[in-house]
Design a protein around this ligand. Structure first.
Ligand SMILES: [Zn+2]
Length: 122
């Protein structure tokens, strides 16, 4: 997967709005972060979707098999920003954390992230 050049945005992070009921796969494919059960945020290296499950590989080489549920623990954790620490091995860059911190989840407003060809704009 070719990643677009991830230039640091100068200054403050732009707020992004995603729907509360955004599908988990779409969300994590977008933000590339995964909250483990111990409250650690991992950086996702690859995500491989097979039907209704996906296999995540983190930068610290942990593998998680997850289901595309709308209401999973991970979805709640991400939306509520409950993760308390960042995995030291994954070494998630600060700009990515800032981007995540600036992301808001709204019931009636924001992108569902369903169309990969269209960029969500605030
Ligand atoms: Zn990690």
């Amino acid at each position: 997967m070719a990643q677009t050049t991830e230039n640091k945005q100068a200054g403050s992070a732009k707020k992004r709005f995603y729907r509360k009921r955004v599908r988990l796969f779409n969300l994590i494919a977008k933000i590339k972060l995964w909250p483990s059960r111990t409250g650690q945020l991992h950086g996702i290296r690859t995500i491989e979707v097979t039907g209704d499950t996906a296999t995540l590989t983190t930068h610290c080489s942990k593998v998680f098999v997850i289901r595309n549920s709308l209401n999973s623990r991970a979805g709640r954790w991400l939306r509520n920003k409950w993760a308390v620490t960042v995995c030291p091995v994954c070494n998630v860059p600060a700009w990515k954390l800032e981007k995540y911190a600036a992301t808001r989840f709204k019931r009636h407003h924001g992108s569902m992230l369903e169309d990969p060809t269209r960029k969500p704009c605030a």
